[in-house]
Design a protein around this ligand. Sequence first.
Ligand SMILES: C[S@@+](CC[C@H](N)C(=O)[O-])C[C@H]1O[C@@H](n2cnc3c(N)ncnc32)[C@H](O)[C@@H]1O
Length: 273
Amino acid sequence: MSITTADADYVRELVRERSAIVIDASKTYLIESRLGPVVRSAGLGSIEELISRMRRERTGPLADLVVDAMTTNETFFFRDATLWAAIEKQIVPQLKTARQAQRALTVWCAACSSGQEPYSIAMMLIDRFPDVARDWNVRIIATDLSAEMLGRAAAGRYTQLEVNRGLPAVALAKHFRRDGAFWQISDQVRSMVEFRTINLIQPWPFIPAVDLLMLRNVLIYFDTDTKKQVLARARTVLRPDGHLVLGTSETTLNLDERYARIVTDNATTYQPR
Ligand SMILES: C[S@@+](CC[C@H](N)C(=O)[O-])C[C@H]1O[C@@H](n2cnc3c(N)ncnc32)[C@H](O)[C@@H]1O
């Protein structure tokens, strides 16, 4: 399905306005490939028809589907082994000491995609910090813009390919059961995670003070001003000794000088100064 320049620009503008995701001209092929399934599921004949329908009802459900389809949802369990080793060996132990009086820990995965990241945290706490998982008030808040991804995340059902990516065999055996062609995560793990819709560029609902903020592999899709705005708002929800975690290709450098860069066992996190 090929798309006219005017229609591609229309989609680009809509997606940028609703999600801040920037699709530059070299990525027009992405618009074509991602909108094909939307055209088919809406029972339409072409991208042209889809876009002319959207031009008539810009705020309707079709526009939501189009924005959702343009999100990139790549993720996997325990993504970035160096980071997860640092979280397990240094960051959670530090937080555990610091929060001993309150016995409360709040994690926010702010672009959780299909849920592998928040479930990795829950499994790590159950396996390595059983007293925290059992006795503390642990909140793992997992949010995303994509309704489709949040639905998949909340279901906790993964394909063989997905559980093959990053998940240790012992964790698969302990925390999942086979369900036909899928693997279903246990109720114990699933019940530790709360899923909600939050669009990072719209006003945020109340978020409790956060100890660990996973904001990984989402800033890369935004322009510089949006990155700055999101990082500044992230500071307002982080505890002073809390950690912000970005993706390996992301940084606060030249965007927000009010974060201190902390290197722990080769993994970088950021703390408000
Ligand atoms: C590549 S995934 C990152 C998943 C996970 N954090 C990781 O690093 O493995 C990026 C996610 O950001 C979400 N996203 C994009 N724009 C967003 C926005 N404005 N607000 C909230 N989430 C957004 C997408 O829906 C997608 O699920």
